[in-house]
Design a protein around this ligand. Structure first.
Ligand code: ADP
Length: 379
């Protein structure tokens, strides 16, 4: 067999869908998963169950791989340096990945490239937060622990010095940012390969509900072309300057006065790119596989005027399969992607995509299907 083995650290849905994208190419896949029940571990043939924080586990896993990549950002960079020193290609490499692990390092890296960001600095204590506020337009201020946050956890909007005490309790450095008065959130997604080829997807709008991504619209409706190009340029610059390999999601704020500011980075396939599975010529997952293997990248262009992705969150009904009959009969163009996860309230267990020429209709079909699967829409 001359087909390479891609080692994926992390057994979540991103790994599951990346594996799926490698199947038609005959790429072999090896998974390091926390448990045998994880989303990707259910479908990958070659699974090692182990702890990605343990160097010996990682080393033994990587020994059978031609390249190692990730479905999350949490592998310690010092371990990745050891793997690299031992000759295993790690993509993205630790010097890039650290910018997606640590929001303080990310802001410093973006400042060095000259990318527009919200005003920010590391703060020492609550009194320092008050000084940070006074340096700008005052409270409220956004505080973030530099590591360990996800889906809005690890982010606080504070209105005074008293409220600013909470984030410091974790004992992790705290980043203060101006609270951006944004009109909406966008994402500019690119894929870059080791030989420096890069492709950029259309800029999308990402709608969050309670800090969790709910809906993604591709392309972002009403986004002026020059702002879309600027967002794509920012994402391409970040990928090139930080030496990212694979998929890079750049989450952006579009401000009410027409600027785009970078919120954060993810160096792996990302929820804002799920629409590409059905809505782009080459999906983010297929391009991630190509990139980590240093193959030529595939066409990122959209296949429809509009594609909408809606996340399916767990609701009160554990049996989502019973909803398929209605959803599929109602909308034969609907695409359902389920992750094999137990249904728990609020947990991301799948997503749907719809596409077409009439945005209102495309949005409504996605909203209906996601709600019906969850059980919040019953007809
Ligand atoms: P996470 O690591 O949890 O994804 P983010 O840094 O993306 O954290 O922040 C989560 C959400 O908090 C964002 O999607 C946005 O809605 C809000 N937010 C974050 N930073 C700011 C900011 N500087 N100004 C206004 N809102 C913000």
């Amino acid at each position: 067999m001359t087909f390479p083995v891609v080692g994926m650290v992390g057994g979540g849905q991103l790994a599951r869908m990346t594996h799926e994208a490698g199947i038609p190419l005959g790429i072999r896949f090896k998974l390091l998963s926390d448990t045998p029940q994880d989303s990707a571990a259910q479908v990958v043939n070659d699974v090692v169950v182990g702890d990605y924080r343990d160097l010996e586990t990682l080393r033994a896993f990587a020994a059978g791989c031609d390249v190692v990549t990730f479905d999350h950002e949490h592998v310690p960079t010092e371990h990745l340096r050891v793997l690299e020193a031992e000759g295993i290609p790690v993509r993205p490499g630790p010097d890039a990945l650290v910018h997606a692990q640590d929001k303080g390092v990310m802001r410093a890296g973006l400042d060095a490239i000259g990318v527009p960001c919200p005003r920010h600095r590391i703060v020492e204590d609550p009194a320092d937060v008050t000084r940070f506020a006074a340096e700008g337009t005052g409270f409220p201020v956004v505080l973030k622990t530099v590591r360990g946050g996800y889906d809005g956890k690890g982010v606080w909007v504070v209105r005074d010095e008293q409220q600013a005490a909470e984030p410091f309790r974790a004992g992790v450095p705290v980043l203060a940012e101006e609270k951006v008065d944004f009109a909406r959130e966008l994402a500019a997604n690119v894929v870059r390969s080791p030989h420096g080829q890069a492709v950029v997807y259309p800029v999308v709008e990402s709608i969050q509900v309670d800090g969790v991504c709910d809906t993604v619209i591709a392309p972002a409706p009403g986004l002026p072309e020059e702002r879309a190009l600027e967002a794509q340029r920012i994402a391409l610059d970040i990928a090139a300057e930080l030496g990212v390999v694979g998929h890079l999601a750049v989450e952006l704020f579009e401000t009410r006065d027409g600027r785009v500011l970078v919120n954060e980075l993810a160096m792996r396939p990302h929820n804002s790119g799920h629409w590409t599975q059905d809505g782009a010529v080459t999906s983010q997952f297929a391009n991630h596989v190509r990139a980590v293997l240093d193959l030529p990248l595939g066409d990122p262009r959209p296949r429809a005027s509009w594609t909408v992705m809606a996340n399916v969150l767990g609701g009160d009904y554990p049996d989502m399969y019973s909803a398929y009959l209605h959803c599929m009969a109602r909308d034969p163009q609907l695409k359902i992607h389920m992750y094999g996860k137990d249904v728990k309230p609020g947990r991301k267990v799948g997503h749907v995509t719809t596409y077409g020429d009439d945005l209102a209709d495309v949005r409504e079909r996605a909203r209906h299907a996601a709600g019906y699967l969850r059980g919040t829409i019953t007809e």
